[in-house]
Design a protein around this ligand. Structure first.
Ligand SMILES: Cc1cc2nc3c(=O)[nH]c(=O)nc-3n(C[C@H](O)[C@H](O)[C@H](O)COP(=O)(O)OP(=O)(O)OC[C@H]3O[C@@H](n4cnc5c(N)ncnc54)[C@H](O)[C@@H]3O)c2cc1C
Length: 387
């Protein structure tokens, strides 16, 4: 009999499993991918995320992470460069997620891969903890395994909603498509990019380009579905179309070799979503990572929020506090930052907004550093959750 079932072995799920196992709890992780997979992500680890990983005993630099000290904002031919208030790190999710999941297994978590949870049912008549010992309230249907029951579910399926526990974003997600692909850049372009993350703006979105481990570079971009349709629905045609719009990106990718057989893709991310605790929430369900809040990706804060949520959820669970108390705490920690990032994001999508942001970054480099500080997790949040 397990104490906690963790749905999803991404960053939030694996981090939570690791902490639970270390505290002597029996934990089962169900991850739908049977092997390491690429995820759509800019792969920028901010300071808070690095601190959480260190607290878990994982050193992103030892995994090959590339130190990133500066941000370049690019629009057309204009480039503004600002030092980051504290260094970030470029590391692929392919490597990081796999390392963290292996870390959780080494700590004692049972990890079952290649098994997707297909539905969740919560029994509202399950009653108190004593009754739940006999008949836990949460029933899970799992591909390739018999159904099972648990009193506590850590819901960490990221962007994917589970039938029976779907998120309810306050506004409909925008019609955006995200792509991610790895490249080996030509030596001169790799040299110029080294130590930098570049945000390259287009009329209908933006791309993030940065070095990751082993001398590779990650290109992650968001563009409109309209552009995708115009390009026949194919990434192979979207990239040349974007390169036509951006001489900067064209120069960076000139002579580059693609390292992935095909780009990873994602549709309609619900940026700005923050779970609002309510009386109808299932009592034993703790939402983690993107299931509790989705910050616009240009801030590079989604992974630290995922790790923070794991840490705080485990604290609450071990202290026998209800999921509702955890959700209220998380909302206090992240809602303000997600609101701020969402407002900036919408401003950047407004025609003319990009030009204003670009002008501000060029005229006042310190402003970008202040914005980055405002958007990241308060150090107090990190230290409390990891101590
Ligand atoms: C375009 C884009 C760029 C981004 N760039 C950055 C960045 O540079 N830096 C940053 O910090 N954040 C970034 N983010 C955000 C970051 O990727 C997420 O916030 C983070 O991955 C959330 O972690 P998670 O553990 O909640 O979910 P995930 O990492 O998505 O993990 C969820 C896991 O659950 C598994 N799963 C899904 N469904 C099921 C199921 N039914 N049963 C079992 N398992 C299941 C999945 O296979 C996966 O392994 C970006 C996001 C986007 C969209």
């Amino acid at each position: 009999m397990t104490d906690v079932v963790v749905a999803g072995g991404g960053l939030a799920g694996a981090a939570a499993a690791c902490l639970l196992a270390r505290s002597g709890r029996r934990v089962l992780v169900l991850e739908r991918e049977s092997v390491a997979a690429h995820k759509v992500c800019g792969e920028f680890l901010n300071t808070a995320a690095q601190q959480y990983l260190h607290a878990l005993g994982l050193d992103p630099a030892a995994l090959g992470g590339h130190r990133i000290g500066a941000l370049r904002l690019v629009r057309g031919a204009r480039v503004a460069e600002v030092r980051l208030p504290s260094a970030g790190m470029g590391l692929s999710r392919f490597r990081l997620d796999e390392a963290l999941l292996a870390h959780a297994a080494a700590a004692g978590a049972e990890v079952r891969r290649g098994h997707a949870i297909t539905a969740v049912r919560v029994d509202p008549t399950a009653g108190d903890a004593e009754k739940q010992r006999m008949h836990p309230a949460i029933a899970l249907d799992i591909a390739g395994l018999p159904s099972l029951r648990t009193a506590t579910l850590f819901l960490a399926t990221g962007k994917h909603d589970l039938r029976g526990l779907r998120r309810t974003p306050a506004r409909a997600p925008e019609d955006l498509v995200g792509f991610k692909a790895h490249f080996r850049l030509a030596p001169e372009q790799a040299r110029v990019l080294s130590g930098h993350v570049e945000i390259i703006m287009f009329p209908d979105g933006y791309a993030g380009l940065q070095p990751i481990e082993d001398g590779s570079a990650n290109l992650c971009l968001l563009t409109s579905r309209r552009r995708l349709m115009r390009c026949g629905g194919r990434w192979e045609s979207v990239l040349p179309d974007l390169l036509h719009d951006s001489p900067h990106l064209r120069r960076r990718l000139d002579g580059a070799t693609s390292l992935m057989p095909r780009a990873a893709a994602i549709y309609r991310v619900p940026y700005g979503f923050v779970h609002a605790p309510s009386a109808v929430d299932a009592p034993g369900v703790f939402r983690l990572g993107d299931q509790v809040g989705v910050i616009p990706s240009f801030v590079g804060d989604g992974m630290s929020i995922a790790l923070h949520s794991a840490s705080v959820a485990v604290e609450h669970f071990l202290a026998d506090l209800p999921a509702a108390a955890y959700h209220r705490r998380l909302r206090r920690d992240i809602a303000g930052r997600i609101r701020l990032a969402s407002a900036l994001y919408r401003f950047g999508r407004w025609p003319g907004g990009q030009a204003v942001l670009m002008g501000l970054a060029a005229a006042w480099p310190g402003g970008a550093a202040i914005a980055a500080r405002l958007a990241r997790l308060p150090p107090r949040g990190v230290s409390q959750a990891t101590s």
